[in-house]
Design a protein around this ligand. Sequence first.
Ligand SMILES: [Zn+2]
Length: 385
Amino acid sequence: MKNIASSEEILNLKTTDVYFLRAREVLKKAGINPRVVMEVTCSSRDLPWITLSGLDDLTDLMKGKSVDVHALPEGTVFPPRDIRGIPIPAVKVAGKYLEFGMLETPILGSISQASGIATKASYFKKRVGDLPLLSFGVRRMHPALAPLIDRNAFLGGCDNVSSIIGAERIGKKAEGTMPHSLLLLVGEEEGWRMYDEVIEKGATRIALVDTYGDEKESSLRAARTIKGLNGVRLDTPSSRRGNFADIIREVRWELDRNGKNNVGIIVSGGIKEEDIGPLKDAGASGFGVGTSISSAAAVDFAMDIVNIDGKDKTKKGKYSGEKNVFRCGRCHSFLVSVNQSEMCPKDGSPMVNIYQKIIDNGNSVYEENLEASRNYVLEQLRWFE
Ligand SMILES: [Zn+2]
């Protein structure tokens, strides 16, 4: 494929905006290359909170450079601004400008998109709660991005993913049901029956029940056809939905009336955040979410110089000085400060500087643990609305 940049091309600045290379030319000619501190912030007030993600790619971009990089821990959930309205720097980089300044484009691209996907997955998980949330959206984005999408969807709160490479990236077995094409090719009941016969024992058995007829009637037939049926999947086209929640309610009722209480109802097909509550109330027991998560808007991160050779300096609209990011152990408020320690302005409790070093003079000290980062996200979701 011609439209994919390799890691090598990215590190060789082929995906960098040309104006950074022009700046480098001028700086080299002028013999100017001071030590700077640059911070990554999101000043926009569009998102109530952000799930930070993408430190894996950030680390790959920065290791081997003579720089120090601090970041909020992977999976930190934070408001764009602290309790005084100061934008929270998610990442700060210190080093000679020419050592890393030209990587601003891929640095921002990596964490902006990764965090956008993780944040959207968190918004969904917040509503879905303990029920399974599956990432089904790789088909709507360039295939080269499948590992990126599924890794960050999982970190943000999805329980599993549908793509093989995404599942490998998160160390799990991919999750899925059956496509309409199978039932069109083999026939509905024969398709269910053969699926049960052919697919490995132990794999979940979810029958697709909206191909031709009524979801309620098909669900009962599927439950009769596959003995150990785990669930049915409703992917009803929007043209036939009417009230999707009511369809689910009816299916749940009839399954229960026929002793199929153990058969769950998985819903998919253009599910939006606001759909989750009503579908859950109606009896949905799992959600496959595609485009809403995979094509989530990128977080609007920007990267700015805040200190040059030890002197605080920045552009208008930004806040100068190298900062730390504190979080209160009691009320979980955030405070941005140039100090080394802080007490919570709200309740007087000691605050913790939550920055972690991920690059120490060019050496990566970032250790990825996706399961732990995801659990960290889930724990913090309780603190945010
Ligand atoms: Zn507090």
